[in-house]
Design a protein around this ligand. Structure first.
Ligand SMILES: [Zn+2]
Length: 262
C-alpha cells in the first residue's frame, strides 16, 4: 500500500494520487519512477532544471503544462461574472494517512464524505498543502493553501482551496502538523479527521475551470477557491516550511475563462 502510494505521488504531488484515475496515470507514474530511480533523469520540482517553466518539456506527457489554455493556478482579479450556487459540504470523520511524497504532504482519507454542487456529488480523496498559496487574489498570495481534491462518479475532478493566513494555532491541523512525516515517510493520525473542521465559517467562493497544478497539468478540473481565510500559527507554518520551503506553481494566464463569484 505504501509503495503504491509513494510511486504515484512521486509523480503527481498528490493531485493524481487518486488510485482510481486509471491505467494511463499508473503507467505514467511507473515510467517516471523508473527514470527517476535508475537514470537520474530530470524530474519535476519547483526550482532548477525541473522548475515549473520547464515542466512542459520534461516529457511528452507533460505538454499541457506548456500548451494548455486552462491552466491553474490563476490570479483572481474579482472578475466575478455569474453567480455559482452554494457548495453543499457533507464531510464526515475519517481515518487519515499522512504521506510526504517529495512534493508536498498529502493526507489520504478513505471515507471523508465530500460536497454537492449543481447536482453533482464529489467525493473527497485527499488534501495537501502548498506554500505560499498557489492562487492569488488580486495579486496577493497567502502563506499557505490546502487543496481538497475530489472526484465525481463520472471521473471529474474538483478542488476546493482553503487559504491560510497567520494567526492563532489551527486546531484542526494540530495533530497533523505535530507529526508531519519526513520525505518518503508515512504517518497515521490517531484521531479521526473531519475536513469540515478545516473550512472557514463563510463559504463564499470563486469558481472557474482549470487544471492540476502539478505535471501532467491535466485540464477540466473544476476549482472552488473559498474567499474567507482560516488561520495557522507561525510555528505551524514553519513546521511545514522545514519540509517544503516553496512548493507553488506560478500563476497561469486566465485566457478566455470566466470566473464566477458567490
Ligand atoms: Zn495542490
Amino acid at each position: 500500500m505504501n509503495i503504491r502510494f509513494s510511486k504515484i505521488s512521486l509523480l503527481c504531488a498528490g493531485l493524481l494520487a487518486i488510485t482510481t484515475l486509471g491505467s494511463h496515470a499508473a503507467d505514467h507514474a511507473a515510467k517516471a519512477t523508473d527514470q527517476h530511480g535508475s537514470h537520474g533523469a530530470k524530474h519535476w520540482s519547483y526550482s532548477g532544471e525541473g522548475a515549473p517553466a520547464n515542466w512542459g518539456n520534461l516529457e511528452p506527457g507533460f505538454s499541457l503544462c506548456r500548451l494548455g489554455k486552462q491552466q491553474s493556478p490563476v490570479d483572481i482579479q474579482g472578475q466575478g461574472s455569474g453567480k455559482p450556487a452554494p457548495i453543499e459540504f457533507a464531510y464526515t470523520a475519517s481515518s487519515a494517512e499522512v504521506v510526504n511524497n517529495g512534493h508536498t504532504v498529502q493526507i489520504n482519507l478513505p471515507s471523508a464524505g465530500g460536497f454537492r454542487l449543481d447536482g453533482t456529488e464529489f467525493k473527497l480523496a485527499q488534501f495537501h498543502f502548498h506554500t505560499p498559496s498557489e492562487e492569488k487574489i488580486r495579486g496577493v498570495a497567502y502563506p499557505m493553501v490546502a487543496h481538497l481534491v475530489h472526484k465525481s462518479a463520472a471521473g471529474n475532478l474538483a478542488v476546493v482551496a482553503v487559504l491560510f493566513e497567520l494567526g492563532d494555532e489551527n486546531q484542526a491541523l494540530k495533530e497533523l502538523f505535530a507529526k508531519l512525516p519526513a520525505n518518503g515517510q508515512t504517518a497515521h493520525l490517531s484521531n479521526a479527521f473531519n475536513v469540515s473542521d478545516l473550512l472557514p465559517a463563510y463559504k463564499g467562493y470563486y469558481k472557474f475551470m482549470g487544471s492540476l497544478t502539478t505535471p501532467p497539468c491535466t485540464e477540466n478540473v473544476q476549482w472552488q477557491i473559498l474567499k474567507q481565510r482560516v488561520e495557522i500559527s507561525k510555528e505551524q507554518l514553519e513546521a511545514f516550511r522545514k519540509l517544503y520551503k516553496m512548493n507553488a506553481r506560478p500563476v497561469q494566464p486566465l485566457n478566455q475563462r470566466k470566473v464566477e463569484e458567490s
